[in-house]
Ligand binder design. Structure first.
Ligand code: IPM
Ligand code: MG
Length: 361
């Protein structure tokens, strides 16, 4: 099968982790007789350095021409990097948000799964971990506070900043439908997370989700307030199957969920539009403090590549093989520093990629 993949290495540890994910894709091609062609695109700080802006129109066009986009991470140290001297709309993160919006990637799927091998790295107590947990956060990605009007003004000599949180019924309906579809293939439970005791946008969210739920009688729906959800994630993570939530809440809860899986270095993600096209990226950031040191965990990016095989390229067997290889290497005891525990073998980014590539059969 011939496929066109756009690669966005990005900033910080991005190039290292994307290099390892490509190693895995090359191995998949070799084993299964596929041929993928790659185009490298600039985003974030890497694009600012060359073009002065974090995302160019050409990059958007090139991304659209691909069957899928695999991305590393963008951004730098806000205290020291010159990128953060630029006005907010020209900084690395603005490029990523514009890319998500331009490609209409409204559905962000972030699976958080506890590998038995990583129980040691999980900060929760044994009795809370229980039989482990396996959830998917379905985060709305192109609306809410991230894309509402914002400005900073001065009123009577006092500075005032305004961010606007809006959602319309259509935006809520399409992401809710995604969550119910996904739950249908899993344990058939959707927890819709909002702040309906305070926010109008959450009250609308709740009522639209309830309407959509009527079309999925086989799925159990529950509503949970976001503050309670933050607590439940560390109190009883096993209760969750699919968490459906808006953009900002999803950003926060997915970092929390990733930490209980042992490390944010394990959490993959897929950002999808209405078609099979998607952008795949780890949920973590660019970790500039360890960039270039061969310390970063490439697993979240490798698992994102597996999601790409599954969702955009329709290669389920190959996706299974990659996920199984990750499992095998963890069982063999190889760990990057972020998930290291006693008795295991600590390896670098490159070696972790080599081991996973070797384990693909
Ligand atoms: C994420 C990141 C981004 C977000 C940043 C880099 C803009 O934190 O993908 O979770 O907030 O969406
Ligand atoms: Mg985030």
């Amino acid at each position: 099968m011939e496929q066109k993949i756009a690669l966005i290495p990005g900033d910080g540890i991005g190039p290292e982790i994307v290099r390892e994910a490509k190693k895995i894709l090359d191995k998949v091609c070799e084993k299964y007789g596929h041929s993928f062609t790659y185009t490298e695109l600039l985003l974030g700080g890497a694009s600012i350095d060359v073009h002065g802006v974090p995302l160019t129109d050409e990059t958007i066009e090139e991304a659209k021409k691909a069957d899928a986009v695999l991305m590393g991470s963008i951004g730098g140290d806000a205290k020291t990097s010159p990128w953060y001297q630029l006005e907010p709309s020209k900084r690395p993160e603005a490029g990523l948000l514009k890319l998500r919006k331009s490609l209409n990637l409204f559905a962000n799927l972030r699976p958080a799964y506890l590998y038995q091998e990583l129980k040691e790295a999980c900060p929760l107590k044994e009795e809370i971990i229980g039989d482990g947990f396996d959830m998917v956060i379905v985060r709305e990605l192109t609306g809410g506070l991230y894309f509402g009007e914002r400005k900073t003004i001065e009123e009577n000599g006092v500075k005032k900043a305004i961010d606007t949180l809006t959602y319309n019924e259509k935006e809520i309906e399409r992401i809710a439908r995604k969550a119910f579809e996904i739950a249908g293939k899993r344990r058939k439970k959707v927890t819709s997370v909002d702040k309906a005791n305070v926010l109008d946008s959450s009250r609308l969210w709740r009522s639209v989700v309830e309407e959509v739920a009527k079309e999925y009688p086989q799925i159990t729906l529950e509503h949970m307030l976001v503050d309670n959800c933050a607590m439940q994630l560390v109190k009883n993570p096993g209760q969750f199957d699919v968490i459906l939530t808006e953009n900002m809440f999803g950003d926060i809860l997915s970092d929390e969920a990733s930490m209980v899986t042992g490390s944010i270095g394990m959490l993959s993600s897929a950002s999808l539009n209405e078609t099979s096209f998607g952008l795949y990226e780890p949920s973590h950031g660019s970790a500039p403090d360890i960039a270039g040191e061969n310390k970063a965990n490439p697993i979240a990016t490798i698992l994102s590549a597996a999601m790409m095989l599954r969702y955009s390229l329709n290669l389920d067997q190959e996706a299974d093989a990659v996920e199984k290889a990750v499992q095998t290497v963890l069982t063999q005891g190889y760990r990057t520093p972020d998930i290291m525990s006693e008795g295991c073998t600590c390896v670098g980014t490159r070696e972790m990629g080599d081991k996973i590539a070797e384990a693909i059969d």
